[in-house]
Design a protein around this ligand. Structure first.
Ligand SMILES: Cc1ncc(COP(=O)(O)O)c(C=O)c1O
Length: 403
């Protein structure tokens, strides 16, 4: 059980070593949710995610006992960078075991913080086993990503900061992987303001904590692929689980579409770049399954912002299709001079901007007198798309809208 003294000690140790991230109000999201919604921006934390808090607290608290083997951790993402940076700042060597297929970008980011990288294992569980073996063989200290009281205490400083900045917080919504983040926040909340509710969020693709809390025992799952890879942990921790079970009101699930919509919304409305896990609390809030106190104060923990630019590009395009900022369609034209110009003139009158256009004339099955045009337009929303579709249809085009 975390005490007020523990929280003070952790905050003092982390002060000046991590960023005290801002808690920002979002009028737009507040209107959508019918409550006052604030974002705790851990995407602005050093390394781009909250993980550096737990890692720094763990490493500094034990620095005197760490031998020349340094520290060893396993991670495919944010924990790797958190441990690497925390170790470098403490002057301790760090070795990070990563799954063999982890992206080059993640390896490079971790290496930049000075860690040695060992590739081992098909997935994170295998890397974890390899890391434990490596730590034993080198006499190094193993730093678990979530199932460790000192890691949990480091993450608890987020809850403390939230309540310092907004003492009247009614509800905190937190993404859940192995449970270190939510166990820490819920423990801090219990000590500082027990009436504040804490709700967790997982991707439906990996509902390990949600299932475990429902069944009252730890249940491993086989994760499916999810955009929220930071919270795709197959089994919650033996230490984090009882804390979650006792202090967290519920754990809700969000699907991939909801997460992507939340990522796009955060970018559009707040210029906040969140990775999938970091956007999951907003997805849950807008999903409507959490009882939100009308006019109450809700804090969403935007836990990280580390996303591969290529994945981000796909997310944005998908999001723009859904919210009507992009329209894709095909039409068939008579293959004669002026027919493409006619189509473009109509599009111009409808005040849509052409982003991409492809004129196909030689495809199989196409009548010899016709051509097909695939168009991508920048549009102003679903009403604009409906107006364009109606006008094209009225002008005699057979419009095939594509996703
Ligand atoms: C961005 C992000 N959010 C949330 C989590 C979940 O944290 P925990 O495993 O402590 O539940 C992680 C874990 O790595 C993460 O990287």
């Amino acid at each position: 059980m975390i005490t007020p003294d523990d929280l003070r000690r952790a905050a003092a140790l982390l002060q000046g070593r991590i960023i005290r991230t801002p808690l920002v109000y979002s009028p737009g999201i507040s209107r959508m949710a019918g409550a006052h919604v604030y974002l705790k921006l851990e995407n602005l934390q050093k390394t781009g995610a909250f993980k550096v808090r737990g890692a720094t607290y763990k490493i500094l608290s034990n620095a005197g006992r760490v031998g020349p083997g340094g520290v060893v951790a396993a991670s495919a993402g944010n924990h790797a960078q958190g441990v690497a940076l925390a170790a470098r700042e403490a002057g301790i060597p760090a070795t990070i075991v990563m799954p063999e297929r982890v992206s080059l970008a993640k390896q490079a980011a971790t290496r930049e913080y000075g860690a040695e990288i060992v590739l081992s294992g098909e997935n994170l569980s295998e890397s974890l086993e390899a890391a434990v073996r490596l730590a034993e063989s080198r006499g190094a200290a193993f730093v678990h990503p979530f199932d460790d009281p000192e890691i949990i205490l480091g993450q608890a400083t987020i809850g403390q900061e939230i309540l310092e900045d907004l003492p009247e917080t009614d509800l905190v919504i937190v993404p859940v992987g192995g449970g270190g983040l939510i166990a820490g926040i819920a423990s801090a909340v219990r000590v500082l303001r027990p009436q504040t509710r804490v709700v967790g969020v997982q991707a439906a693709a990996c509902p390990s904590a949600a299932l475990s809390c429902r069944e009252g025992r730890r249940i491993p799952v086989d994760p499916e692929r999810t955009i929220a890879d930071g919270i795709a942990v197959s089994e919650v921790g033996g230490i984090t689980f009882p804390i979650m079970r006792d202090l967290v009101e519920e754990i809700v699930l969000v699907d991939e579409d909801q997460i992507i919509e939340a990522m796009v919304l955060l970018l559009e409305r707040k210029k906040v770049l969140a990775e999938g896990a970091g956007a999951a609390p907003l997805a849950a809030l807008l999903g409507g399954s959490i009882a939100v106190p009308e006019g109450g104060n809700v804090v969403l923990v935007v836990s990280g912002g580390n996303i591969d630019p290529l994945v981000l590009d796909r997310v944005l395009r998908q999001g723009f299709l859904w919210n009507g900022r992009i329209m894709r369609f095909s039409v068939c034209l008579e293959d004669e001079p002026g027919s493409l110009v006619g189509l473009l003139a109509l599009i111009t009158r409808l005040r849509a901007n052409v982003l991409d256009i492809h004129h196909a004339r030689h495809e199989r099955g196409m009548p010899i007198t016709a051509s097909r045009v695939d168009v991508e337009l920048e549009t102003r929303g679903h009403e604009h798309i409906a107006e364009i579709t109606a006008a094209l249809t009225a002008a005699g085009y057979q419009v095939q809208v594509r996703q």
